[in-house]
Design a protein around this ligand. Sequence first.
Ligand SMILES: [Zn+2]
Length: 274
Amino acid sequence: MPELPEVETIRRGLAERLPGQTITGVRVRQAQLRHLVDVAALHEHAVGRMIMRVDRRAKYLLVRLQPDYVLILHLGMTGRLWVGPPADQDALHDHLIFSLGPDLELRFHDTRRFGMCFLTTEARLPHHPRLSHLGPEPFSTAFSSAYLLERAQGLHKPVKNFLMDAAVVVGVGNIYASESLFLARLRPTRAVGRLRLQHWERLCTAVQQVLQAAIEHHGTSFSDYVDSEGRQGSFQNQLFVYGRDGEPCHRDGRLIQRMVQAGRSSYYCPGCQR
Ligand SMILES: [Zn+2]
């Protein structure tokens, strides 16, 4: 499943090619994605509008249209976006095709159809049901050790589950939570209510470091993730603990352990992480 670094990589690719292009047509081959796509709204409000910018909020891509509409795209588990010359024929799971004049198109392909596409306005965007509950972005000033300390007060949740809660901070998925906790030298099971400011400082820095490094490596490719140019990421070669159970820790040589928390695999070094 694409996480924040993968979505940010895709955003950067789209941001190089889409601004200045006008949506000249939309074809919806399958409207039943995770939510039903409002085909009439796309025809009425997206067609004929110029794309101004491509932004991101959590794992949602925000394609900003002139003057005040926002096309929200989410890749779900297996979604892909392609920008290129119009294809000769549609592939089986090509669900949405946005024509951008005669020579370019944006294609949304999704085998499992957990992806999403909504159209809203700038005014309604902050209240959109998919976005309104989201916590701060990990690279924003709102994401700080003081904020995390305050937010964790009185909670007994394990720190890994806390970190993966989108209401606390967006974009820290399973891989990046394990990696951040390794860098911060915290065991994934530590109860958040008992962590001190110094722990949160380490964790805050670690989350930003891990996500930044992953973005620089164009994300992590395990199965079918590719960016908008069809390229794979390479962060999977930089992982300290994720997927490395039974292998030696790069820091102290102890064997990396795996355990299951909230139904997801967690990986940690029993030597480095307390
Ligand atoms: Zn270690």
